[in-house]
Design a protein around this ligand. Structure first.
Ligand SMILES: Cc1ncc(COP(=O)(O)O)c(C=O)c1O
Length: 373
């Protein structure tokens, strides 16, 4: 967020920012969603809705899981939330108590850690580097002193983009079931992958898991603030009550419009974005390698490259701010994602325009000699 603020200031003063820091698509919602939102303004009151979401959207999401993964979902298993961020808060409150231990990968999405700690949970981070393709392993779980209350797996993950293999996820899901650990599968980057690995829905492996989805990433709708969970029935009542008390309901206009996000027309438009991300990814992979930045996470999916630049700096907060000042290129320092090792890493988001990738690499090439510390 500090980088975003500095980048916004730089844009105001210089007008030359290339934003590779923020983790969001640079495109609007698909056209059918925009049309549906306009129609919703005319046709609906847009007051409060049911606290866990409107039935037609639940039906649409349940149907999408059948079409996309062959997983049968009862619409009553779907809880619509205010972004996946809203889903995490509700689920953590529903499933965990103060003092419970929840395990996650490091590097990982920082809000899991921050929210869990704010709720009084103990967060145990597993160091997941290139040797485990930045994903937790069964061996790491088996080495824990006792089974945790929860385990969060994100695949594709943020900040590295790696996808966990189906067999590895199946083994972890079985271990969680056996040990009474709630597996929380963050699948919000599903749809954005580059063909080397499966995107497995955890519900195709274990119905005891919680699956998290969102319209923010693949669906290109970050600011619409809509996400969802698939939850085992035992959480139904408590999530219902938490949802109505915490947020009353997710945004009404977003819910009505999002029904159109799952149509073939929308999916075709969104797949077009993924093609651009693939081109951008290849440009950055090649360009960064040519600049000697070669220790890059595999980026099987999502739209991030996580780069180890320990040969350039041991303080990427400072390096990123000097990069911004020298070139207008904004990248995210790794420290948020990994408080232990992130000071030597940066994350670059390649969801923007392809021309921006070329421009960023050109500016980086010219500035690199001046940025050495
Ligand atoms: C892995 C992961 N999970 C969850 C979120 C939260 O997304 P949202 O609340 O927009 O659905 C993000 C946002 O960047 C993320 O990277």
């Amino acid at each position: 967020m500090d980088v975003w603020k500095a980048a916004a200031e730089r844009q105001r003063t210089h007008g030359d920012v290339i934003a590779l820091a923020a983790g969001q698509p640079s495109t609007p919602a698909p056209r059918p969603v925009l049309d549906a939102a306009r129609a919703a303004l005319d046709q609906h009151v847009l007051g409060y809705t049911e606290s866990t979401g409107i039935r037609p959207l639940k039906d649409t999401i349940a149907d999408y899981y059948q079409r996309r993964y062959g997983v049968s979902v009862d619409p009553d298993d779907v809880v619509i939330t205010t972004g996946s961020s809203g889903a995490f808060t509700i689920l953590f409150l529903a499933a965990f108590d103060v003092g419970d231990t929840i395990v996650m990968a490091r590097p990982g999405y920082p809000a899991y850690r921050n929210v869990l700690q704010a709720l009084g949970c103990h967060v145990h981070q597993l160091d997941c580097g290139p040797d485990t393709r930045f994903q937790p392993t069964l061996a790491q779980l088996e080495a824990l002193p006792e089974p945790p209350a929860g385990l969060i797996i994100a695949s594709p993950t943020n900040p590295t983009g790696t996808i966990i293999d189906r067999a590895a996820l199946a083994a972890i899901a079985a271990w969680c079931e056996h040990n009474g650990t709630l597996l929380i599968s963050d699948e919000i980057y599903h749809g954005i992958s580059y063909g080397h690995h499966d995107e497995t829905c955890a519900w195709s492996l274990s119905r005891s898991a919680a699956v998290i989805g969102s319209v923010s990433k693949y669906f290109s709708m970050t600011g619409w603030r809509l996400g969802w969970m698939l939850l085992p029935p035992r959480y139904r009542d408590v999530t219902n009550r938490l949802a109505s008390n915490l947020t009353v309901c997710p945004p009404a206009i977003s819910q009505h419009a999002a029904i159109a996000a799952f149509t073939e027309e929308s999916l075709a438009e969104l797949d077009g974005h993924v093609q651009r991300y693939r081109v951008n990814r290849d440009i950055l992979l090649e360009g960064l390698n040519n600049l000697g930045i070669t220790r890059l996470a595999p980026a099987d999916g999502a739209f991030y490259l996580y780069a180890d630049i320990s040969h350039l700096t041991s303080d990427t907060i400072d390096w990123s701010s000097r990069l911004l000042a020298a070139t207008g290129v904004a990248v995210a320092p790794g420290i948020d994602f990994d408080t232990a090792h992130g000071h030597t890493h940066i994350r670059l988001c390649f969801a923007g325009a392809t021309a921006d990738m070329h421009e960023a690499l050109g500016r980086l090439q010219r500035a690199l000699p001046r940025l050495a510390t």
